[in-house]
Structure formats: structure tokens, C-alpha cells
Design a protein around this ligand. Structure first.
Ligand SMILES: C[S@@+](CC[C@H](N)C(=O)[O-])C[C@H]1O[C@@H](n2cnc3c(N)ncnc32)[C@H](O)[C@@H]1O
Length: 261
């Protein structure tokens, strides 16, 4: 899919939601979203969700009381996210906006929280994105996200580099140290990361089994045998990259300085 401009065509959405649940294009479901924002107290907070996907994370965050503005860059995702929004009892707290890659279309100091779930992996210039996140956060606002990072050290980094070189997906991955350095350099403080590799290594192996044993035939009937064969091979490769420490879904937290500091 890399190179076509569209990363998430409908047949990919169908496959990802089959393993991760309706509304989710990343692993962990509502529980993982809640872990990312644990302790923040979102009631009434203005929250930006970068990369709304098919809308599941935004609906969870609205359920926690946030006023959610979601952005995404792929137009074919919007009807899926709108359907998730319509099914939510908190639909009136969710606004979905299609954007272009690059500067965020919001005024300075607009949000109490900027959230993102496994979307920044697709952003080539992380420094420019972090500058924008800092700009749109209010003073003392919080960046709370998850992203797919690359393991540190020659072995894990090489495993992930080998996966990415196959060109299955347009992944632009950084290590946790690189990410911390970028966030700190652009002005955030109290930058922390939480490596979720152990959790996802186990889950990714179970996802492969689920595709092999439970989902393969039904999905092949919808998306075709050729797509399924290729995808199963990618999923095995991804699970192996997680097992070897190359793929590290990681929670990120950082705080914008208070005004005047
Ligand atoms: C792995 S999916 C995750 C979607 C959703 N956050 C979730 O967890 O279910 C990555 C998402 O990031 C979006 N995306 C990629 N680059 C983006 C950008 N520059 N701004 C906003 N969204 C972006 C993709 O279109 C896709 O919906």
C-alpha cells in the first residue's frame, strides 16, 4: 500500500477491525485508550485526537467526558468514523475534521489535551508535528499519546528496519530516545515514555493465530485470497518484529510549560 497515497483502503479497514474491533485501527481497544489518558480527568476538557481512524478512540474519550475534535487525512475513513460517532451516546461531544498533512488547522492554545493513538508513525517530520502539538496546546496542556516506536540497540532496530524495507506500510519510526529528545527540544517538559512491547509481543502472536484459525476463510471471502495470503505473511513478520523487541508500541506523555515560563 505504500506509495498509493491511501494507507487504509476499505479492505484493510475490514481486516484490521476484524482483529482489533469495530472502530479501532490499532490494538488494545477501549482499555488501551483509557490507559493512555489514565489520571488526566477529561471531563469538559478540549481534546484533539490526531488520526481518528474509524472513530473508536474518540468515542472512548468522549465517554470519559472530553470534548473531542478528531482529525484525519484519509477521506475514506470519515464515513466509518461518522458511523462510530452516530452510535456513541456522546456523539454531541465529537467533531470530525479532515485535514492535510502538515500544520494543524487550529489556533494557538486551543486544547487542554492532545491525544493520538498509533498515528504519528505515519508522520515523516516528527519534530514539526511536535512543534504544532505544542503550539495548539494551552499553557500547562498535556500531550498523551501512543505511537509505534522502534526498539533501541542494533538487533531490535535492524529487525524493524528489515520489516520497513519490505515496504508493506508507510511506517516512519523513531526510537524512544529520539522521540524524547525531539519532544524536549521543541519545548515540552516532564517527557516520559512507557514501552508496551511485552504486552504487544504476546498479543501480536495471538492475533496471528486468530487470523490463521478463526478469521482467514471469512475474510478471504470478502477481500480475496491473494490479499489475505500477503497480509498473513505481513502479520507473521510484524509479530516476529515485536517478539524480537523491534516493534515497541509506546505511551508518550509530555507537558507544555505554563504561560510565561
Ligand atoms: C493505525 S491508524 C490508527 C487510527 C486510530 N487512532 C486508532 O487507534 O484506531 C493511523 C491513522 O493515522 C492517520 N494519519 C496518518 N497521518 C496523519 C496525519 N498527518 N494527521 C492525521 N492523521 C494521520 C491515518 O489516516 C490513520 O487513520
Amino acid at each position: 500500500m505504500a506509495g498509493t497515497g491511501i494507507q487504509y483502503p476499505d479492505h484493510f479497514i475490514t481486516r484490521l477491525q476484524a482483529i482489533w474491533g469495530r472502530g479501532f485501527l490499532s490494538p488494545g481497544g477501549p482499555e488501551e485508550v483509557k490507559r493512555i489518558v489514565q489520571g488526566l480527568g477529561l471531563t469538559g476538557k478540549a481534546l484533539l485526537d490526531i488520526g481518528f481512524g474509524t472513530g473508536g478512540p474518540g468515542a472512548v474519550l468522549a465517554g470519559l467526558g472530553a470534548q473531542v475534535t478528531g482529525t484525519d487525512i484519509e477521506a475514506q475513513l470519515l464515513p466509518h468514523a461518522q458511523a462510530t460517532r452516530a452510535a456513541s451516546p456522546h456523539a454531541d461531544q465529537i467533531t470530525l475534521i479532515l485535514t492535510k498533512p502538515g500544520p494543524l488547522p487550529f489556533d494557538d492554545n486551543s486544547f487542554d489535551v492532545v491525544f493520538s493513538k498509533d498515528s504519528l508513525i505515519h508522520v515523516p517530520d516528527k519534530g514539526a508535528m511536535f512543534d504544532e502539538i505544542l503550539r495548539v496546546l494551552k499553557p500547562s496542556g498535556i500531550f498523551a499519546a501512543s505511537d509505534w516506536l522502534m526498539g533501541a540497540g542494533d538487533g531490535p532496530a535492524q529487525v524493524m528496519a528489515d520489516f520497513n524495507a519490505r515496504g508493506y506500510l508507510d511506517f516512519r519510526m523513531a526510537t524512544a530516545d529520539q522521540t524524547k529528545h525531539l519532544l524536549t527540544s521543541c519545548g515540552f517538559h516532564d517527557v516520559t515514555t512507557l514501552d508496551r512491547n511485552a504486552w504487544y509481543a504476546d498479543l501480536a502472536a495471538r492475533e496471528v493465530k486468530k487470523v490463521e484459525e478463526d478469521l482467514y476463510d471469512d475474510l478471504a471471502a470478502i477481500v480475496g485470497e491473494e490479499i489475505m495470503r500477503e497480509w498473513l505473511s505481513v502479520r507473521r513478520h510484524l509479530a516476529e518484529a515485536a517478539r524480537l523487541g523491534g516493534l515497541c508500541p509506546t505511551h508518550l506523555r509530555a507537558i507544555k510549560p505554563a504561560s510565561g515560563l
